[in-house]
Design a protein. Structure first.
Length: 82
């Protein structure tokens, strides 16, 4: 739960990134979507994961949460959480 314990998320992401680098693989940071019951978390998730991606050399952000946020804005009646 990255939003509840961002320090732990950052610490573990950096440890995992080091292992990925040792394997000479690409690092992707998955930016998740906010839960249906609290769409306001998206702003926090966005900033946390963007910061993390910028701190880890060579990491690429996969902004899935931004796509979900946009879908909710454009088509609020589509049941994307079902």
């Amino acid at each position: 739960r990255s939003i509840q314990d961002p320090d732990s998320t950052e610490r573990h992401a950096k440890l995992l990134a080091e292992e990925i680098k040792r394997k000479k693989a690409k690092i992707y940071i998955f930016l998740p979507w906010a839960r249906e019951y609290n769409p306001y978390w998206q702003k926090t998730l966005n900033s946390q994961h963007k910061a993390l991606a910028s701190e880890i050399a060579g990491a690429e952000l996969v902004p899935v949460g931004l796509a979900w946020q946009r879908a909710r804005e454009l088509r609020p009646l589509i049941p994307i959480y079902d």
